[in-house]
Design a protein around this ligand. Sequence first.
Ligand SMILES: [Zn+2]
Length: 225
Amino acid sequence: MKIIDLTTALFVGMPITPAPGHYKGFDLERTADFENDGKVVSKYTVGTHTGTHTDSPTHFIPNSITIDQVPLDSLIGPAVLVDMSHVGSGGEVTAKDLEQAASDIKPGDILVIRTDWSKHWDKGDYFKGRPCLSEDAAYWIVNHKIKAIGVDMSGVDPTSQYGVSPKLGGSPIHKILLGNGILITEYLCNLDQISEKRFFIVIMPVKITGAEAAQSRVAAIEGLL
Ligand SMILES: [Zn+2]
């Protein structure tokens, strides 16, 4: 059995999305220290979409479930890795790409999309020109009854105006997936270390009552299936 940590660490000074509406920082502060208190205790402040995290349907769908209500069996189980590293900056992962790479995916599987965009994490351009999913790719995921997806970039929607669908408005890919109860985990890393096409994945979001998303610790476990 081999365990691969797919989680991007939170740290002070880490890259933060420029998207509007997000808390622009990660703060870590000591509230007790050895000198004064004989122990160390900290507090941190973080936006719910900073670093590796999972979106629940409530992120875009009114009156849907929040992150604490997401059943863990939606986030733990067999996963299929698709290598989309050929789709570079500004490119789209399409339904055709997914069909070619994962035609054998089963209902209830988790789909992990490797773009290798995580290699831009500390290069200053992580939030600029990343790849995205096309609308037909989102519907392919829905039609194959996939329960959750994971990506190694900061989102699944196009970052430009092309991300506005005439029918769905902004963030159409999030709306298609979350509207069908498909959970989205973003900011994964180390996907190039996974050697099994089909592997076991564990995605554990922090249980925050009423939140639309939360930081997740994510691990691939090889040799289990
Ligand atoms: Zn998010």
